[in-house]
Every structure is written in structure tokens, then in C-alpha cells.
Design a protein around this ligand. Structure first.
Ligand SMILES: O=C(O)CCC(=O)C(=O)O
Ligand SMILES: [Fe+2]
Length: 328
């Protein structure tokens, strides 16, 4: 994994598994791949996954626990050497909306880490409610502001319009792009905040913004939410913005959003994820995006697994489909 950091040199968000830890994790993940019915979204399989998550190498669990308690200035945790760089990986999917239902080794690994952090959740209207989704470039979608695109993807809070947006977004790399240039960008508000003028902050605390739901969610009756960009603690707020989907409702709000964007960009970090690298982004304080790359659609394109996590399963219970992890 390569990284260039505009601000600071701290690297306490980086956790590299030893080879022994990698093997220990792979052994549990392999057990999960053989657990019937070997389907990620199946409740019986998930019940075993919860149990096995407690056997994830202790240092990994300690780091995840530390991150839960304090996401640091960067709001990102990077795990490396998860051991997915094996030659048996199938071709990169090419379909739009592709998901991973089968309990493959990478999907099982992702689930184990996710369940150490909290509850895996998904949205019925997005990628069919799958708990492990594929982030892959799709032919014809190159310029779209979606994860099927390959142009620069604007920084965003994941599902910013949604009342039950994720607390964490997990992105794990199975395969990098051919030129190794697609970067996961993170924009940490905790680093940008001190540089934002007080007058601008005041505007961002007010409900002068609206965030559009994507078309698929609109069909389900989701309304645009009028909201403030900042909420919570005055010195360390949460952020709610999507630089593609959030609309300022007046000129002052527009200027404030521009200033915020500049400061997030100045604090931004770029992570070119390689196979076996996994990024956890704290979706409450750090926005994320992606830099451009050139897909070839030859079965060897960039391939990430994505999952969403809630810290508290009960908060969304009234909005979920039956007893499932899927939010309606
Ligand atoms: O492709 C990436 O690195 C990130 C894409 C993204 O924002 C997402 O899948 O939520
Ligand atoms: Fe995203």
C-alpha cells in the first residue's frame, strides 16, 4: 500500500498483520467458507461468523476496539497483510450491482473483521441488500459518480441522505487496478476543522443543506433530507455531506461548502490499496472518495469488497426487513 499524506505523518492507523496473525485469521476464515450453507447473507452462517469473530487474532481485535473508542485524527484504520494475494482469485466481476453472496475466503475474512467492529448492515434498495458487495468498474459507467465509475469520485459521507447511514464503511482490496493508481481518498474532518474560519463553521452548523437520495432509494419513498453539515460536539463535530449529492440552499451555504471542501482536500490522504489491504473509514467524521483510473474490462480490473457497519443494531431495528440485517 502506498500513501501520500498532505498533513501529518502519524501512522498509528496502520496495522500490519504478522505472517502468524495472517495465518491464524485465514484458518478461521477457511472454517467459515466451509460452514453450511456457505452464504454470507444467511442467518445460520452469520451466527457462526459472530462466534468465530471472537477468535480473530487478539492484536487485531485490540486495534479495532481502540479505533471504536477513538478513531484518531484521521478517522481511518488500515489493516494490511490479510493474505488475499493468492492466484486462485477468479476474474473481477464486470456486472453493475455485483455482490458476493458466496462465503468465499475474502468474503469470510471481511465478515470476521466487520463483526469485530459491530453489526453488518445493508440496504434493500442498494446492491440487493447484500452484506458483502463488489466495488468494480463497469463498462459504460466510467463517468458516473458511483462506485461503478472510474473517474474521480467526489468525497462523500456514505449514504449521507439516509437516517440509518453506516457508522463505518469497510473497503477491502482483492485486486488493484492495472497501473496501481486508483486511490481511496479520505478527508478527515478532525484535521480540517481547526482551519475552518469560525464564521464558516457557523453556517455549517445550520440546516441550510439538502442531500438527494440516489434514484433507487427515491423509488422507495426516501425524501431529500434538509440538514446541517455539522452536528454533535462543538469542537469535534460529526460531518454530513456528499460533494456530489448535497445542495446548499443559499449563497452563503454554497460558499461555506466550498471552504469546507478545500480544507478537507488539503487534509486528504490517498491510499492505493493492494490485495490484502482493508480500510475502515469512520463515516461520521471522515469523508471518502476515489481518484481516477483506467479499467480494461479484461477480468483483472480493480476489485474491492465493501461492507457497512452499525455500532448499534437496535437503532435501525424498526426499519429492517424482518429479522434480517437489511434496512428497507
Ligand atoms: O473505489 C473506492 O475506493 C471507493 C468507492 C466508494 O466510495 C464506495 O464504494 O463507497
Ligand atoms: Fe463511498
Amino acid at each position: 500500500m502506498s500513501e501520500n499524506s498532505a498533513v501529518g505523518t502519524e501512522s498509528d492507523f496502520r496495522v500490519v498483520l504478522s505472517d502468524a496473525e495472517r495465518n491464524e485469521l485465514a484458518a478461521i476464515a477457511r472454517e467459515l467458507t466451509q460452514t453450511p450453507p456457505a452464504l454470507v447473507d444467511d442467518e445460520k452462517w452469520l451466527a457462526v461468523a459472530y462466534r468465530l469473530a471472537a477468535a480473530v487474532p487478539i492484536r487485531v481485535r485490540q486495534e479495532l476496539r481502540r479505533f471504536q473508542h477513538d478513531p484518531g485524527l484521521d478517522g481511518v484504520l488500515l489493516l494490511s497483510n490479510l493474505g488475499l494475494d493468492d492466484e486462485s482469485l477468479p476474474q473481477t466481476p464486470t456486472r453493475r450491482g455485483s455482490v458476493e453472496r458466496d462465503a468465499t475466503l475474502p468474503a469470510a475474512t471481511q465478515a470476521l473483521i466487520a463483526l469485530c467492529l459491530g453489526e453488518m448492515i445493508a440496504y434493500q434498495k442498494e446492491k440487493d441488500g447484500a452484506l458483502v458487495q463488489n466495488v468494480v468498474p463497469v463498462q459504460g459507467q466510467e463517468r458516473t459518480q458511483s462506485n461503478a465509475g472510474s473517474a474521480d469520485l467526489e468525497m462523500h459521507v456514505e449514504n449521507a441522505f439516509h437516517a440509518h447511514r453506516p457508522d463505518y464503511v469497510m473497503l477491502m482490496c482483492l485486486r488493484s487496478d492495472h497501473e496501481n493508481r486508483a486511490g481511496l481518498l479520505t478527508g478527515p474532518l478532525r484535521r480540517a476543522f481547526p482551519h475552518i474560519p469560525v464564521a464558516v463553521r457557523e453556517v455549517l452548523w445550520q440546516e441550510r443543506f439538502e442531500t438527494e437520495a440516489p434514484p433507487s432509494f427515491v423509488a422507495s419513498g426516501a425524501k431529500n433530507l434538509r440538514h446541517a453539515v455539522f452536528s454533535g460536539a462543538s469542537g469535534d463535530p460529526n460531518i454530513l455531506v456528499d460533494f456530489n449529492a448535497t445542495r446548499p440552499l443559499d449563497d452563503e451555504a454554497r460558499d461555506a461548502m466550498d471552504v469546507l471542501k478545500e480544507h478537507l482536500a488539503a487534509a486528504a490522504q490517498t491510499f492505493v490499496l493492494g490485495p490484502g489491504d482493508l480500510a475502515v473509514v469512520d463515516n461520521r467524521i471522515t469523508v471518502h472518495g476515489r481518484s481516477e483510473f483506467v479499467p480494461r474490462y479484461d477480468g483483472r480490473d480493480r476489485w474491492l469488497h465493501r461492507s457497512f457497519i452499525h455500532l448499534d443494531g437496535r437503532r435501525s431495528l424498526g426499519s429492517r426487513v424482518g429479522d434480517s440485517q437489511v434496512i428497507a
